[in-house]
Design a protein around this ligand. Structure first.
Ligand code: PGA
Length: 250
């Protein structure tokens, strides 16, 4: 954690969930009571098909709803794409950009990720910008160089964003870096954010993502400069995500 920074626990449902899954979301919203709201912010990024229904189901609870990607343009001839403005119109308040699955599956570059983050800010959405090294890059000792280049290329000039460090090899694999490796990466990201944004960089949230689950959350969330988690598989069930929330110090 970072002193004075409110943690954010964010779920990423990826390409999972139908209207029946809103049951889980309602259970999360109901559990997100006054005491929890004081301790942490909570966000669930659902598939685009569920954005409006999820935002309606969470209405009045302060559980935030987010999307998982956006187009850079506000509207136009882009079949199948969704504008940040449309996400906001559906009742969502945040969007993940640059997730490694999009960087890989859709060949998204740092420049495109930055443009998407700027589009999100234009629509008053909170961008959650993902960075992370592959297994091969870690083996080759390039982790911090990769993170530095991704930060330089993917971050907009405004500091009103969240950064999520997600080692690609740790996503959905059950593998996690050592606590020392997570600490090293987050410390490095913090230094870069402060170098870039000055004092505002000290208050920016840096999430860890990659196989976070109730069994390892307490240990990970206690690390310096880990200001929350981006949770994939374990965010699909309310009991799991709430158990991770319960691990947040403070
Ligand atoms: P995971 O996914 O928790 O299932 O590893 C994390 C993510 O991709 O955001």
């Amino acid at each position: 954690m970072t002193p004075g920074v409110k943690p954010l626990i964010a779920g990423n449902w990826k390409m999972n969930g139908t209207r029946a899954s809103l049951r889980e979301l309602v259970a999360m919203a109901e559990a997100y009571d006054g005491a929890m709201r004081k301790r942490l912010d909570m966000l669930v990024c659902v598939p685009a098909t569920l954005l409006h229904a999820a935002a309606s189901a969470a209405l009045g609870s302060r559980l935030m709803i987010g999307a998982q990607d956006c187009h850079v343009a506000a509207s136009g001839a882009h079949t199948g794409d969704i504008a940040a403005e449309m996400i906001a119109d559906a009742g969502a308040v945040a969007v993940i950009v640059g997730h490694s699955e999009r960087r890989t599956d859709h060949r998204e570059t740092d420049g495109l990720v930055r443009a998407k983050a700027e589009a999100a800010l234009r629509a008053d959405l909170l961008p959650v910008i993902c960075i992370g090294e592959t297994g091969a890059e870690r083996q080759a000792g390039q982790t911090l160089d990769v993170l530095g280049a991704q930060l330089d290329g993917s971050l907009p000039s405004a500091p009103a964003v969240v950064v999520a460090y997600e080692p690609v090899w740790a996503i959905g694999t059950g593998l996690t870096p050592t606590m020392a490796d997570i600490a090293e990466a987050h410390h490095f990201v913090r230094e870069r954010l402060v170098a870039r944004h000055g004092p505002a960089g000290r208050a920016m949230r840096i999430l860890y993502g990659g196989s976070v689950k109730p069994a390892n959350a307490a240990e990970i969330l206690a690390i310096d400069h880990v200001d929350g988690a981006l949770v994939g598989g374990a965010s699909l069930k309310s009991a799991d995500l709430l158990a991770i929330c319960a691990c947040c110090p403070g």
